[in-house]
Design a protein around this ligand. Sequence first.
Ligand code: HEC
Length: 148
Amino acid sequence: MTRQWWRLAGVVGLAAMAALLAGCDGGSGRPDPQALMEGEAIYKAECASCHGARGEGQADWRIRRPDGRLPAPPHDASGHTWHHPMAQLAAIVKFGMVPPHAPQGYASDMPAYGAKLSDRQIERVLAYIESRWPAEIHAQRAERLQKK
Ligand code: HEC
């Protein structure tokens, strides 16, 4: 009796471990907690000063300032970051607001991070931003990106 219990516990334990490992390699489509923590650290160090500690963006972010530049938009559910495919967001973070994401010569406060952050770091900071969107935003996003 006790031996069978142990065997059962072993099987359950292995299954749990396999599920955990599948989550870690991104197989489930969800980044592992370590990657998210790294993304959060990058966000706080590099992005929060403009996009806000909680991704709330700058005040009146839709209205151009007198110098013609836009304030930083929110990355949370109230913004439009979630409207865009990941590849496009990654390109904006890497290269800044340059064509094809903005007109030639467009003046923006958004820095280009290509020299500072690796592709992997950019992926992680975006994964962190994505991880904070509520479930209904994820659903709307999936629908929106499918139509394109
Ligand atoms: C100095 C301020 C500043 C910093 C720091 C900054 N941004 Fe931005 N960001 C902006 C502004 C301003 C815009 C809007 C650009 C425009 O439309 O002119 C923007 C736009 C963006 C966009 C495109 C708009 C959207 O939401 O889809 C993304 C993505 C983005 N930033 C991500 C980041 C990430 C990630 C970091 C940190 C690695 C970062 N930004 C750091 C100011 C900043």
